[in-house]
Design a protein. Structure first.
Ligand SMILES: [Zn+2]
Length: 271
């Protein structure tokens, strides 16, 4: 599933090229997770002012309103001067005078939603609960510590919830907790300030590295069950159950937390 780094890498791949393009046509395919919310033809003639990201949403600012695009479980965007004929899994072609932005989404958990503004009811329904962005100045270690003190659930679950800080999905939560030496099952409220500071730094480092590597460390793979996902080639713990810890050689363990598999080193990561 695309996580924050992949969404940011996607944004960077076309934001400059689509900026100030004029919308010539919008063709929607099969229904996605939510409806567009406006007749597609209403967007024709508008300009794409720019592309921002909020959590795992891409925000295409238009001359009137904005398009919120979510990649869901299996979505990907491609911007090209010309696109081949749309296939059965291509569910949006945003045709502009600078190229065509295509959404390919086999599982159709993705979404393309128009909102009149970022403060509108529909946009707030999607974005309103999101925590701070980990990769800009708003991710403050003191505020992070204060927020964690109020949560008694396991730190991994608190990170995944995304309402304190966004973008720390399953892979990155496992990796950041390893880097910070924190057991994923530890109650968030029990973490000391120095440990929280280490976790804060680890989250920034893990996500910054993933974005910088531009997906090169993330290899699209299809598991034996035929499920698509991402595989972190250089992971310290993620996907490495039973293999020796790269730091201390203790076999990496896995456990189920809220139906997601968590990986950790029982020696390097203290409760
Ligand atoms: Zn270890």
């Amino acid at each position: 599933m695309p996580e924050l780094p992949e969404v940011e890498v996607t944004r960077r791949s076309f934001a400059d090229r689509i900026a100030s393009a004029r919308i010539v046509d919008l063709r929607m395919g099969k229904p996605l997770r939510w409806p567009l919310g406006v007749p597609a033809q209403d967007l024709v003639g508008q300009r794409v002012v720019g592309v921002r990201r909020r959590g795992k949403y891409l925000l295409l600012d238009l001359s009137d309103g904005l398009l919120l695009v979510h990649l869901g479980m299996s979505g990907s965007l491609n911007f090209a001067l010309h696109q081949p004929k749309a296939g059965p899994h291509d569910h949006m072609d945003l045709v502009t005078d600078r190229g065509v932005l295509r959404l390919h989404d086999p599982r159709r958990f993705g979404a393309v939603v128009w909102a009149p503004s970022e403060n509108s009811h529909i946009a707030q329904k999607l974005l309103g609960h999101l925590g701070v962005e980990p990769l800009d100045g708003g991710f403050d270690v003191d505020a992070f510590a204060l927020a964690l003190k109020k949560r008694t659930s396991a730190i991994k679950q608190v990170l995944l919830a995304g309402d304190i800080v966004v973008g720390v999905g399953n892979i990155y939560a496992s990796e950041a907790l390893f880097m910070a030496g924190i057991r994923p099952t530890t109650s968030a409220s029990r973490l000391s300030k120095p440990r929280i500071a280490r976790l804060h730094a680890a989250i920034v480092q893990v996500l910054t590295r993933a974005v910088a590597q531009g997906g090169s460390s993330l290899k699209d793979f299809v598991s034996a069950e035929g499920k698509t996902g991402y595989f972190l080639l250089e992971a310290s713990v993620y996907g490495r159950a039973g293999q020796p810890c790269r730091t201390c050689s203790t076999p990496i363990r896995s456990l189920l937390q809220g139906q997601r598999t968590t990986f950790y080193c029982p020696t390097c990561q203290k409760p």
